[in-house]
Design a binder for this molecule. Sequence first.
Ligand code: GLU
Ligand code: MG
Length: 441
Amino acid sequence: MDAVALAFVDPAGVTLVKCVPTRRFEEAVRFGIGLSPVFSVFLFDDQITSSPQIGGPTGDTRLMPDPDRTVALAASPGWAMAPVDQVDQDGEPYPACPRTFARRMLDRLGRKGLELRGGYEVEFFLGHRLPLGPEGEPDPEPAHRGPAYGAIALADVEPFATDLIRAFERQGTGLMQFHPEYSTGQLELSVPHETGIGVADTNLVVRHTIRAVARTHGLAASFAPVVYPDLVGNGLHLHLSLWNRRGRNLFQGGRGPEGMTREAEAFTAGVLDSLHALTAITAPSVASYQRLQPHRWSGPWACWGRENREAALRFITGMTGNRPQAANLEVKSMDGSANPYLALGAVVAAGLDGIERELSLPAPVLDDPASISTRRRNSMGIHQLPSSLGAAIGHLEASTVLREAMGDVLFDAFLATRRAEREAYEDQDPAAIVRAHRWRY
Ligand code: GLU
Ligand code: MG
């Protein structure tokens, strides 16, 4: 191993790295590597805003790599990737660190005797970036043009797929499945479920492995919510289940709806209750709202239902006989511009609120919500999620659950970045928004 990339996702959802030669890794584990606090108020386009607590050129934080979660990257010879916690120079937790926030929420869950298992299911675009022209960078050339799920599409990307699968298996990430997805140039994969913070750490490794393999084939990968205006976008769906101390999956074998236990039901109901506010975190970019629309299976409706792919919360029971392993909740209203730590932490915070308030679920929605009349939909309590970043920000601002969970410093920094991105991009035309976001995630 020659070098380690210390990887950090800023509140804007952009993955940042600071790298050390392996010789210095030990020292980095003890004393960290410096990073300005200002990265907590960076926008996705490298502009900088400020929050009441953060901004300006002074101060320092330390990035502390987690040696237990460091992965030697099979597709990047000589390189390993280490997720980091951000602390201050006295070694105290830095209040705007997204990973620390997620771990704090998972610890809260742990104190209730619950362990989260899950994984991010990743959709991405694969294609060729084209040289800059007089009008900027043209739309990329896709690596396949379908058919959706098609063997022809697979044949087009097969050398890439072979290397990708090999890299995942070799570096211990593992792979559950891979397929050509619906949209032009789109692919999808899912990885074995992990426990706790590993869910988000692995997402960083997954994305970097995909990027590295793409590069060796002269291709580029994008996890942006949309890559072409008007086409189906890329989701980053979070699958999760809760397990008790006896090693039992609480999303099955209970007397609640669809076999959930009371705790799993209350957790799900808490997530449902906060869904509008969560949208600012799970679909955080201006571009997110080109994806989060009906009839794209992006989960734009605030409701839940067994195997309902238009519902933000799709409940998956798995097959008879396999439910103890397979039953899980899928949060679909999420895309790759989301910070995987903030999203995980915020979903858990909302679920914990549901458990604490002993919430119950409404009836499941088993139809396409768009096919139900507005009047009936309203009477069933089904509402469409915010359809713009501005609307989502309004819901987040009003969420005491998420402010309390994130703490003022992180909450205000995150809001500051969302407001600044909305201001800078919301009025641009859809193609310009797509272009600005396409190669940032
Ligand atoms: N591409 C869809 C999205 O944007 C998801 C399709 C699916 O259900 O896999 O989330
Ligand atoms: Mg998919």
